[in-house]
Ligand binder design. Structure first.
Ligand code: PHE
Ligand code: ZN
Length: 880
């Protein structure tokens, strides 16, 4: 493990390298215990660098076997080698020279899953962000672009399949059971996009003809016997390829495009040029084993990695501070793709729920950082919701500010101007400024300043003069190391909803730039004055979630109820209802803490049945509208002094009250939505299942476990089976029906680890005191493994992130358990351990007793002598 040296990397310290490596030839001779890597680097000194400048290459835990300079063994005093660096102290006084570096690796021992490792007997690599230096010494930074030629040698029996980036050029036999293949990638790329796969896998093949008529051979490689479960991923890939041509004018550029599914993977997937490597969770799906959410995730991630081919690979990042340049932009692109493939409003609501669940707490806690950070100790810890999700929101706002046409012109200019380069956010923004003629200087703060801006809004109406005034004040809360904030450019979409539910028109608007239904806030305070407004409008704000801000609107509750029924913007309509639910839960939690019973307004309790029966709304939309805010959503809105038990009790009471009130309607719709005929993963069918499952949750709260038990038994697809199992396990953990369903599920999927993950998660998220012991016991289950990241996330991650009453057990046992497990994972996989430790980030917002217990658990981690850079960075920032 690479322990922490305390070194901090700063954006302002960026310097271009004195050396380039335009070409690289690698030979891998693969065995599990002793792989030999020969790397031949063509090195070029930059014209303006001094000839004596030493060449310092990155390494990470490497064993150097041999080193040649221009084909001759390097003299002992010509270099200094350690496991973590190779310094050519006296480089040849020529502009160009070659370095031949031989390193020895042990893929079988690599449990950190960075560099070259074995996953279920398959050799594979993961190089982003700094994994290439675990394979050979290199200038392992994204602004060094090289053309790769890769030769792979392996025992044919062990690895009949040999893959790398680019196009295949040669293959053949080597005798004694060995064979080889050579790959050539004509596109210069940074080392983080290098990939190699070797193993015994099955191919699912297809082809794609690009807009200009080139045929691309597509393949998805999976373990034998799983071919049919890759069909949906292949279909999604072809749709993504077509969509990128149509929406962004981007064609694929190699003769082959390969995807490999592996079972041990730290993240979701990786966009290596021409050879995407996926966590198999995001490839494998069929109706019996995958939920509709799994299908949607596969579609989105297949598209995301494919879209990286242009946003990330053809144009890459100058340095890791620019990570959002590829990630935020590519998330924006995959969001747009999914919105086009499915339902735009439903997709938007889902995006906002994710943003609030993952990015808002980050922005409001100790780990807050700008979309483009200025400093880091460990870059792995910056693959965050802020870089990805808020980064996508910022691109979306650029489109709102510029309009569709200028936005597309800016993207075209970006592709045109920077193809083949490693660039910065400034380069990106300049393209939009030029294409639109607009000044984005203030807007750029969205990249540079952390924290979620807040808008406080109050309104006045004068019927006599027909004037409607909106007073809006912006503030950005302080975040670590950024005490004072500058004012931002916030595009706030709005509508003035009239008594008939339609949007009202107005004569003029003053006090801010108002254009196409968007108010452009640029100052601390704006008084926006609308004239020609006779009737009192109900104001609908941040329509479509035009800006990632928090909002407090002085508005009577009756206005919110009105918007929840009538807002023509479906996002805001959902938002109004969601706010009402959240406020009701907060009030109920306060009563419960005060020893009183929860109480709810009748007009709120009757709304869900109205919505459930409203056939003018898509089923998927109705399902989202009926989904109560989660316990952590309620906690986030409460802000401080959080008591998770009171919140859980309040939310349960609300669910039961709604269930009782709507019981008859819900039961009727639940029955009517029963599907007949063949399963289809399309959005409409998925929407009906989603609605049916939300209704089941209410019906169970009101009426007991029988209906859920019946749905579990009757289900012919995983979406309905898993939902019924969750209702049983979470609402009736002690019931006979639950015990039977859990046992049946386990027996049915005993040999399918990905499906068994659902079984681990559902048990890890059973509310209450007892779950921590249950999770401990499940760690001994034969299917569980601390070295597989999917297993760790399914059991421990789910417990720490999604079980508010279990993790936050008042006596601190949940915290101690997670802290111990973090350390157990840390021993072999620092990246996964650091991610798990992030679950402590909201500790300061807890009530004092829990706060102290959480602090002690964190301090116990921090007190360890030897910690990885990854984990030390997270715990120290969390405690700071
Ligand atoms: N670049 C990957 C993606 O977003 C994520 C990733 C990062 C995967 C680091 C592995 C390691 O598509
Ligand atoms: Zn990405």
């Amino acid at each position: 493990m690479r322990t922490d040296t305390g070194q901090v990397f700063r954006l302002e310290d960026y310097r271009a390298s004195d050396y380039r490596i335009p070409e690289l030839e690698m030979t891998f001779r693969l065995t599990a215990e002793e792989t030999r890597v020969t790397a031949r680097l063509q090195v070029e000194r930059r014209a303006d660098a001094t000839p004596q400048t030493p060449l310092l290459l990155d390494g990470d835990g490497l064993v150097l076997e041999a080193l040649e300079i221009d084909g001759a063994p390097a003299a002992p005093d010509a270099y200094e080698a350690t496991p973590d660096s190779l310094k050519i102290t006296r480089p040849p006084q020529r502009e160009r020279f070659t370095l031949t570096i031989v390193t020895r690796l042990a893929p079988a021992d690599n449990k950190a899953l960075m560099g070259l490792y074995l996953s279920n007997g398959v050799y594979c690599t993961q190089c982003e962000a700094e994994g290439f230096r675990r394979i050979t010494y290199f200038l392992d930074r994204p602004d060094i672009l090289s053309v790769y030629r890769v030769r792979i040698e392996a025992r044919r029996e062990e690895a009949p399949l040999l893959l790398s980036n680019g196009n295949p050029v040669e293959s053949g036999d080597l005798g004694e059971g060995w064979h080889y293949a050579v790959w050539h990638d004509p596109f210069p790329k940074p080392s983080y996009l290098f990939a190699l796969v070797a193993g015994d896998l099955s191919a699912v093949r297809d082809r794609f003809v690009t807009a200009s008529g080139r045929t691309v051979a597509l393949a998805i490689y999976v373990e034998h016997g799983k071919e049919e479960r890759a069909a949906y991923a292949m279909d999604a890939l072809k749709r993504a390829m077509r969509w990128d041509e149509e929406r962004f004018g981007r064609e694929y550029d190699l003769n082959v495009f390969n995807i490999v599914a592996v079972s041990d993977f730290n993240m979701g997937a990786m966009e290596n040029k021409g050879l995407n490597i996926f966590n198999d969770k995001y490839v494998l799906a069929d109706p019996d084993t995958a939920t509709d959410t799994d299908f949607a995730n596969i579609e989105a991630i297949i598209a995301h990695e494919y879209f990286h081919n242009w946003t990330g690979n053809r144009i890459t990042c100058r340095d890791w501070f620019q990570l959002c340049l590829k990630e935020g932009l590519t998330v924006f692109r995959d969001h747009e793709f999914s919105a086009d493939q499915r339902s735009r409003p439903v997709k938007r609501i889902a995006e906002v729920r994710t943003l609030r669940a993952h990015q808002f707490p980050e922005d409001q806690g100790p780990l807050a950082h700008p979309v483009r950070p200025r400093r880091y100790r460990e870059i792995n810890n910056f693959y965050t919701a802020t870089v990805y999700e808020k980064g996508s929101e910022v691109v979306r706002m650029i489109r709102t500010v510029l309009g569709e046409d200028a936005f597309r012109a800016g993207m075209d200019l970006y592709f045109d101007r920077h193809d083949g380069q490693a660039v910065t956010i400034e380069d990106f923004l300049a393209c939009f400024e030029e294409a639109s003629g607009k000044d984005l200087a203030q807007f750029a703060l969205w990249y540079h300043q952390a924290g979620t801006p807040h808008l406080a809004v109050s309104t006045r109406h004068d019927a006599e003069s027909g004037e409607f005034v909106m007073d809006i004040e912006q503030s950005v809360p302080p975040t670590p190391s950024e005490a004072r904030k500058r004012l931002m450019h916030i595009p706030l979409a709005f509508g003035l909803v009239g008594p008939d539910g339609r949007d009202m028109t107005y004569q003029s608007a003053e006090g801010a730039e108002v254009e196409d239904g968007v108010i452009h806030l640029r100052k601390r305070r704006h008084s926006v004055r609308f004239t020609g407004v006779r009737a009192r409008p109900v104001v609908s704000l941040n329509r479509g979630f035009s800006a990632p801000v928090t909002l407090s609107v002085e508005q009577p509750r009756s206005d919110r109820l009105f918007l929840a029924r009538h807002d023509s913007d479906l996002f805001s309509r959902w938002e109004a209802l969601n706010t009402l639910f959240t406020e009701a839960a907060i009030e109920a939690a306060a009563r419960i803490r005060g020893g009183k019973a929860a109480e709810f307004e009748a007009d709120l309790l009757s709304m869900p049945a109205e919505i459930a029966a409203d056939e003018s709304l898509e089923a998927a939309y109705r399902a989202l509208a009926l989904t109560l805010p989660g316990e952590s959503d309620v906690a986030r809105e409460m802000g401080t002094n959080i008591d998770p038990d009171a919140i859980a009790a309040a939310r349960d009471a609300l669910r039961t009250a709604i269930g009782r009130q709507g019981q008859a309607t819900f039961a009727e719709i639940h029955a009517a939505l029963q599907q007949h005929g063949r399963f289809s993963p399309d959005a409409e069918s998925a929407g009906r299942r989603a609605l049916r499952n939300v209704l089941l949750d209410y019906l169970a709260a009101a009426g007991g476990p029988e209906l859920a038990a019946r749905q579990f038994q009757a289900a012919d697809n995983m979406t309905e089976r898993a939902a019924a199992l969750a209702v049983l396990a979470h609402q009736f953990p002690e019931s006979e029906q639950t015990r039977a369903a859990l046992a049946a599920f386990e027996a049915r999927y005993r040999d399918n680890p990905l499906v068994l993950d659902k079984w681990f998660t559902v048990q890890a998220t059973v509310p209450g005191q007892g779950t921590v012991d249950r999770v401990r016991a499940l760690m001994a289950h034969p299917a569980f493994s601390l070295t597989n990241p999917n297993r760790v996330r399914a059991l421990i991650g789910a417990f720490a992130s999604f079980n508010q009453t279990g993790f936050h057990r008042a006596d601190g046992e949940g915290y101690r358990f997670v802290a111990d497990t973090v350390l157990a994972v840390e021993a072999h996989n620092p990246q996964v351990a650091a991610r798990l430790a992030v679950s402590f980030r909201a500790w300061r917002s807890l009530e004092p007793g829990r706060r102290e217990e959480a602090r002690k658990a964190l301090a116990a981690i921090a007190g360890q002598k030897q910690l990885s850079r990854d984990l030390r960075d997270i715990v120290e920032r969390t405690l700071a």
